[in-house]
Design a protein around this ligand. Structure first.
Ligand code: HEC
Ligand code: HEC
Ligand code: HEC
Ligand code: HEC
Ligand code: HEC
Length: 221
């Protein structure tokens, strides 16, 4: 295990020098990537979707309740709205005004960012399948990552009603997702030490409530 630390450190130094290369090749480095905020293939805004539109985090990251990983939603989830919403509101309003001035019906506006979504699904501007085009998943760039020798599971944490924000920061105000916490061992342990083992055990009379396990083997195997 010990040789991974210097490796991770060397990786981080390289990462600063080659940010773009790292983002493009989707290399994930263990260790402290706090503040990491890579560009994504589509400009998907959490500020718009989770903030302005008020969507629940679990509407897209429903896997966080059921599995180790919170997961990134498939494009079908996006198409629940983006079969109707083909561009931002501003562009739609602008086209409506222009159409009115020219005395014609407004055209469907497809924004360049949503064009990328339809391209990935092999759809044309009328959202009809393009003959011969193959659907391909969007290659989202991974933001968070902990080393392989650490065991982390969303399910247990979400079941204890820890808000996503407590670990991920104010994602609903982020235009682009950023790693807010340092994801270090100390960060995990500080919260485990401060959390009672049983939900609601804070007010227990007598002995100190037992805190969440900080046994090495809980997180390392
Ligand atoms: C409309 C669907 C949708 C909603 C709602 C949504 N997300 Fe996401 N989330 C995504 C997509 C798509 C990505 C991948 C692209 C990106 O990173 O922006 C993502 C990425 C993330 C990531 C980074 C994953 C990584 O690579 O490490 C985090 C953390 C995250 N979301 C947390 C949240 C939280 C917290 C909320 C609620 C405040 C939320 N999301 C609401 C779709 C959604
Ligand atoms: C609940 C409905 C809903 C879902 C689900 C949804 N979106 Fe959106 N999205 C919207 C609305 C509404 C807007 C326009 C917001 C505005 O103009 O302010 C928008 C805007 C966008 C834009 C910016 C459009 C532009 O060019 O201005 C992108 C890109 C986008 N969404 C991508 C996605 C992706 C990718 C997903 C799936 C992970 C997704 N959306 C899921 C409703 C949704
Ligand atoms: C106790 C802290 C904690 C809480 C609470 C938490 N996360 Fe995470 N999240 C993490 C850590 C740590 C990682 C990196 C895990 C890894 O590399 O396997 C992560 C990774 C992610 C990822 C990217 C990879 C994946 O699929 O796991 C997404 C998306 C995400 N979290 C969304 C959420 C959402 C949405 C919520 C709320 C429902 C949430 N998280 C609650 C700590 C947390
Ligand atoms: C914000 C607080 C918080 C943070 C940060 C946090 N945890 Fe936890 N964790 C908890 C709580 C509370 C539980 C208890 C859940 C339960 O069993 O009811 C828990 C439970 C666990 C468990 C199950 C323990 C058991 O006794 O079975 C593991 C494993 C775990 N966390 C790993 C991690 C790792 C790894 C990290 C850091 C990457 C982390 N946690 C960060 C609050 C946190
Ligand atoms: C609550 C979860 C948790 C517990 C309990 C825990 N660790 Fe860790 N440990 C981590 C995480 C997360 C990392 C990864 C840190 C990083 O990537 O920078 C880590 C990293 C390490 C490393 C790698 C070297 C380094 O500093 O980066 C060693 C060695 C280690 N832990 C040993 C232990 C030992 C020994 C114990 C018991 C006394 C223990 N851990 C308990 C979460 C935990």
């Amino acid at each position: 295990m010990s040789w991974t630390a210097p490796l991770a450190f060397a990786g981080c130094v390289l990462c600063i020098g080659m940010g773009v290369v790292v983002a493009e090749s989707d290399v994930r480095l263990p260790g402290n990537n706090q503040g990491y905020e890579p560009e994504q293939p589509i400009h998907f805004s959490h500020r718009v979707h989770a903030g302005e539109l008020g969507m629940d985090c679990l509407a897209c990251h429903f896997a966080a309740e059921q599995s180790r990983h919170a997961g990134i939603p498939s494009l079908d989830v996006c198409m629940g709205c983006h079969t109707h919403v083909t561009s931002g509101f501003d562009a739609v309003l602008e086209e409506r005004d222009v159409a009115k001035a020219e005395g014609r019906e407004p055209r469907r506006i497809v924004s360049p960012e949503l064009r990328k979504l339809y391209d990935a699904m092999g759809l044309d501007d009328d959202l009809e399948p393009i003959p011969g085009a193959e659907a391909k998943p969007i290659e989202w760039v991974r933001v968070h990552g902990i080393a392989d020798y650490v065991y982390f599971d969303h399910r247990v944490h979400v079941a204890r009603d820890l808000a996503c924000e407590q670990c991920h920061g104010p994602v609903q105000s982020m235009e682009r997702v950023r790693q807010e916490s340092d994801l270090s061992m100390g960060w995990c342990i500080d919260c485990h030490r401060a959390s009672p083992a049983e939900p609601g055990a804070v007010g227990m009379v007598g002995a100190e409530p037992k805190h969440v396990s900080i046994d090495c083997v809980r997180c390392h195997y």
